[in-house]
Design a protein around this ligand. Structure first.
Ligand SMILES: N[C@@H](CCC(=O)N[C@@H](CS)C(=O)NCC(=O)O)C(=O)O
Length: 204
């Protein structure tokens, strides 16, 4: 069975969501945030980066949530969370899956971290965020998900950053993205993950 190292209020929920969709149990080890809202030292004893999520599968350890999602889809022979291999849609999905952490993540954090600290959000950060939210609205097209009717790994990956953005009020002027985030929150795998591990966004 997979072991999931799950920091509270974190990207680990993405992993739990996929495992729920796949009907696969896991052994979850929870870690509380420090007073500074960081990962505790105990996570650094699991993986050198000291971040979550990390999974263990026997003697194999996998970090990075996008890689973990791909790993689990392959391990459990799941083809339902991505377009058919070799198609243009497959590679578009691959790009979106990587886009979330490789490009969107830093833009989100540049806006969310000052807001979390009660500081003004720099205008450049706000402008970059708006640019990316317009991009995502465009990629959604007529939806309901990034790849049409099929809920994919990229949607699951997107969830954490959208939770942060909504928490700090950044989705108000992006109704299509806000509606998409609302749809994601209605998915059974998401609901079960949050019920088990708690919310992704930090509390008020
Ligand atoms: N790119 C990594 C990011 C991992 C990451 O930054 N995780 C956060 C939780 S959402 C963390 O562990 N933060 C605690 C800290 O940096 O102290 C992924 O997608 O898994």
């Amino acid at each position: 069975m997979i072991t999931l190292h799950a920091l509270k209020f974190s990207r680990a929920t993405r992993v739990l969501w996929l495992l729920n969709d796949l009907g696969q149990p896991c052994k979850r080890i929870d870690y509380d945030r420090t007073d500074a809202f960081r990962a505790p030292e105990a996570l650094a004893r699991i993986h050198p980066l000291g971040k979550s999520p990390v999974i263990e599968d026997g003697d194999r350890m996998v970090a990075e949530s996008a890689t973990i999602l791909r790993y689990l889809a392959e391990k459990y022979d799941d083809t339902s969370h991505q377009p058919e291999r070799g198609t243009a849609a497959f590679w578009r999905h691959e790009a979106l899956l990587d886009y979330v952490e490789a490009s969107f993540g830093e833009v989100v954090l540049a806006a969310v971290l000052p807001a979390f600290g009660g500081k003004d959000v720099p205008e450049a950060a706000r402008a970059a965020l708006e640019h990316h939210l317009s991009y995502i609205a465009g990629e959604l097209g007529s939806g309901p998900f990034l790849c049409g009717d099929r809920l994919t790994l990229a949607d699951i990956q997107m969830s954490y950053l959208l939770a942060l953005l909504e928490r700090f009020g950044f989705l108000k002027e992006f109704p299509r993205v806000a509606a998409y985030w609302q749809r994601l929150q209605e998915q059974p795998g998401y609901l079960a993950a949050v019920e088990a591990a708690g919310p992704m966004a930090p509390p008020d």
